[in-house]
Design a protein around this ligand. Sequence first.
Ligand code: NI
Length: 150
Amino acid sequence: MIRISMSLPNKLLADFDEVLKDRGYQSRSKGIRDALQDYILRYQWMNEMEGQRVGVVTVIYDHHFSGVMEKLADIQHDYRQEISASMHIHMTRKYCMEVIIVNGEVTHIRDLTERMMRLKGVEHVKLTSTANGEKLDPTDTLEHDHDHSH
Ligand code: NI
């Protein structure tokens, strides 16, 4: 094993310790190892997705943070083909939540998600998605739409 040292904001560490306590972890190092493992898995999972997906991107950000709203809007305009709709919730005095419905090529959806994650002022970005049904329902044309004989 290799030892590393790192700087963390107080609050992040306090929140992390709280979770470790709730989950019965005896060791902070073990908690950090598991969290890293989880982070890596989630990234790999996201990268292995292929094809057409439909999903939801949830973004939580501090709207007081300079420029973040404009940058989020710019990014969404770049991916307007993949974005079906979005909703803005004024979550607290400080934080906003945006829920973005996406549908399209997963490589583009992933780029959109990652660009948002990299922004300062953005606290949380999560993509949940599933296959968008294009392959599930190849007969989904208007002609076949009225066949309810099941
Ligand atoms: Ni707001």
